[in-house]
Each structure stands twice: as C-alpha cells, then as structure tokens.
Design a protein. Structure first.
Length: 57
C-alpha cells in the first residue's frame, strides 16, 4: 500500500473509531507533513497498514 493511501486509511479509521477532532487534526498536521516530505523528496514507500496501526497504536 502506498504511504499516502495508508495515511488516508489511518485517518478514516480514527474517525470511524470516534477519535476526538483535536487528535485527528494533530494526526493530519504531523503525519501530513511526513507524507508531504516523502512526496517532495521522491521517497517511495510501500507499507502495510498493520505496520502503521501497530506502530502508532
């Protein structure tokens, strides 16, 4: 799974689990900057969703 899709999937999952709006905004800010960095620097990442979920929560 591409990083940008995993990022969006993670945000959707947090919304589905009723994470607070403040936490969602924090995820968007912090993880969004990382995703933007990877895109701008042509860092190609394929990642399993379980890696993201397992390492963040």
């Amino acid at each position: 799974m591409l990083l940008k899709f995993a990022y969006q999937d993670f945000l959707d999952d947090r919304r589905f689990k009723n994470t607070t709006k403040t936490n969602i905004k924090n995820y968007e800010m912090i993880l969004g900057k990382f995703v933007d960095y990877c895109i701008e620097n042509q860092v190609v990442l394929r990642i399993l969703p379980t890696v993201i979920y397992g390492n963040i929560f």
